[in-house]
Ligand binder design. Structure first.
Ligand SMILES: [Zn+2]
Ligand SMILES: [Zn+2]
Length: 248
């Protein structure tokens, strides 16, 4: 499995491209405001994307969708390539996507009709079992964020978890349960800092004090959704950077 990081910034950051990544060239995770910039900078072929995963309906994870739809709509016209996306995310996703595309380009723009024809929507909960990447079993888990937010893990037939994505969350029980299975690679929201007045996101201290004691050296953590990039002094913790490719 190949994971390519497109962006590593959180909702507020010091100029980083916003959090998004691609798995096996077919699954795009998150469509933040600058998604088309990230897709082009990282030479991702939009026509190879089949599935789009949105962890939750905050703008730093979704507000680039109208521009992605617009690009697909025009590319379809110009090249005759058949774009179509299955868009997966929490309750309210379809309505929100429609509202966004209409707000961006008005209901008169033909890209809204294109979206309705060529995009399917799947609204998930923690019991859903969508196929995100061919050959891997997906598990969805609920995170502890301000609104409904879901992470996922991808496992092979022997059920060992190759990769897990932990989107915006506080430290929570489902994160503990995930880590007890010792995934090989975890891409995790690391937006928290030690002096946060009220913790909303995990911090490096959470990794050191809570996560690594569970997983030992088996799991490699890539921090994303950052305020700013960091230099890690721990061998199993790395800073996810745009262009980083992780092969599991
Ligand atoms: Zn966020
Ligand atoms: Zn959020």
């Amino acid at each position: 499995m190949n994971i390519k990081i497109l962006g590593n910034g959180g909702g507020v950051n010091d100029g980083l491209p916003y959090n998004s990544f691609v798995v096996d060239e077919t699954l795009l995770c998150e469509t933040p405001p600058d998604i088309m910039l990230s897709i082009n900078k990282n030479q991702i072929d939009l026509s190879s994307i089949q599935t789009i995963y949105i962890s939750h309906l905050h703008g730093d994870h979704l507000f680039g969708l109208p521009f992605l739809i617009l690009s697909a709509f025009f590319s379809n016209d110009e090249t005759g390539t058949e774009f179509s996306f299955e868009i997966i995310g929490p309750d309210g996703l379809e309505k929100m996507c429609e509202n966004l595309v209409v707000s961006a380009f008005t209901s008169k723009h033909p890209c809204i009709k294109w979206m309705k024809e060529f995009c399917t929507f799947l609204e998930i909960s923690e019991v859903s079992k969508p196929t995100l990447v061919d050959g891997f079993e997906t598990s969805i888990f609920k995170l502890d964020h301000l609104i409904d937010t879901y992470g996922f893990s991808l496992a092979r037939e022997d059920r060992s978890i190759d990769f897990a994505y932990v989107a915006d969350t506080r430290w929570c029980e489902s994160l503990h349960r995930l880590l007890a299975q010792k995934p090989q690679v975890v891409l995790i929201d690391l937006n928290g800092v030690d002096n946060d007045p009220e913790p909303v996101h995990p911090s490096m201290s959470d990794l050191k004090e809570k996560a690594i004691p569970i997983t030992g050296e088996i799991t490699t953590y890539y921090g994303t959704h950052l305020k700013k990039e960091f230099k890690s002094t721990i061998s199993c913790v790395k800073c996810a950077k745009p262009g980083t490719e992780i092969n599991v």
